[in-house]
Design a protein around this ligand. Structure first.
Ligand code: NAD
Length: 334
């Protein structure tokens, strides 16, 4: 069976998920929606991806530019088994009604509240909970990053405190800042901790700061341990955890800049670093506390999760098999 997939919202996440879906032998990319005929719409057309107007009211814009669309979102919904909603945060909740009416399953993103779906999803943490579900929410890039490493350590965790140092904007976003400031999230603890709890049962609190960078987020994680563990065991666990990679400062990975350069060196599409990057030297046990520092490529870590969420929703494979297939198709290192 090849599941027919549509993407509503062909932006940062949508275009990467479209690419990933097109690499799967059990999925077929049917089309994507755009609100206007910008360069991304023309690129999709060049790639042979049918482009649909996100709504009837956007049709005149396409007509004026002489851009031939394949129809509207409503038409796309008639052609697909599942829609990946990658519209700006909060819009998915409004779209859900359309998807329900059309009788298609939907995968939402982390900009939506958890109530939008039946389950909040990170494949390696809770794949089974999404089996056969109609509405699945792939959690945010930060929540995905925390869930990947924390789920691997769950049995050792009494309490987690994590500081999120967040990129101000994505590289293509010239409207947002800050440019020369650090913006704390004055809601303490920040919303990220409760969001992780929608995926795994863990006692966690977080605080967050936005800083002037576009490349990646960084998390400083402190865990109060339930039972003793040594640094080398933590490293061993991370070495054996899918979609988590260890990087060494010693080898030149001094900052997020070199992590992105590494992804470029791999010739990854859009320099995607799908894996969570943990600095090996940062893994440190001090008495009953474990510390580590990790980086999250916000534009891409959720991409394989969307593919696995589709497989779980259609029960196409079990967790191991789905993760294996997705990893292989995207060149994920382990
Ligand atoms: P984006 O702004 O890059 O892309 C959104 C796309 O939706 C754009 O192409 C936009 O034109 C389109 N759009 C706007 N209005 C629309 C409408 N009415 N109907 C259909 N499409 C419409 O946003 P993004 O960064 O890709 O974020 C999408 C979702 O993914 C959000 O929920 C966000 O929180 C989540 N997310 C983003 C990131 C990230 O770092 N960019 C990471 C993880 C999750």
């Amino acid at each position: 069976m090849r599941v027919k997939v549509g993407i509503n919202g062909y932006g940062t996440i949508g275009k990467r998920v479209a690419y990933a879906v097109s690499k799967q032998d059990d999925m077929k990319l049917v089309g994507v929606t755009k609100t206007r005929p910008d360069f991304e719409a023309y690129r999709a057309e060049e790639l042979g991806i049918p482009v649909y107007a996100a709504d009837e009211r956007f049709l005149p814009g396409f007509e004026e530019a002489g851009f031939e669309v394949a129809g509207t979102l409503e038409d796309l919904l008639k052609e697909v088994d599942v829609i990946v909603d990658a519209t700006p945060g909060g819009m998915g909740a409004r779209n859900r009604e359309l998807y329900e009416k059309a009788g298609v399953k939907a995968i939402f993103q982390g900009g939506e509240r958890s109530e939008v779906a039946q389950v909040s999803f990170v494949a390696q943490a809770n794949y089974e909970r999404a089996l056969g579900k109609d509405y699945v929410r792939v959690v945010s890039c930060n929540t995905t990053g925390l869930s990947r490493t924390l789920s691997a350590l769950l049995e050792y965790i009494d309490y987690v405190y994590a500081v999120m140092i967040r990129r101000a904007a994505d590289p293509d976003d010239s409207k947002r800042g800050p440019v020369n400031a650090i913006r704390p999230s004055v809601e303490v603890p920040s919303h990220h901790g409760p969001d992780v709890q929608t995926v795994i049962p863990v006692n966690i609190e977080t605080t967050a700061f936005v800083v002037p960078t576009t490349l990646m987020h960084v998390h400083s994680v402190m865990i109060e341990l339930k039972k003793p563990i040594e640094e080398r065991d933590v490293i061993d666990i991370f070495e054996n955890t899918t979609r988590v990679l260890l990087f060494e400062k010693e080898k030149g990975f001094e900052s997020t800049a070199q992590l992105i350069e590494f992804a470029r060196d791999l010739h990854r599409e859009w320099n995607n670093l799908y894996e969570i990057a943990v600095w090996r030297e940062s893994v440190s046990v001090r008495g009953k506390r474990l510390f580590y520092i990790q980086a999250v490529h916000q534009e891409s870590d959720v991409v394989p999760e969307n593919v696995d969420a589709i497989r779980a929703a259609f029960e196409l494979a079990d967790k191991r098999e789905s993760i294996r297939k997705t990893n292989r198709s995207l060149g994920i290192l382990k």
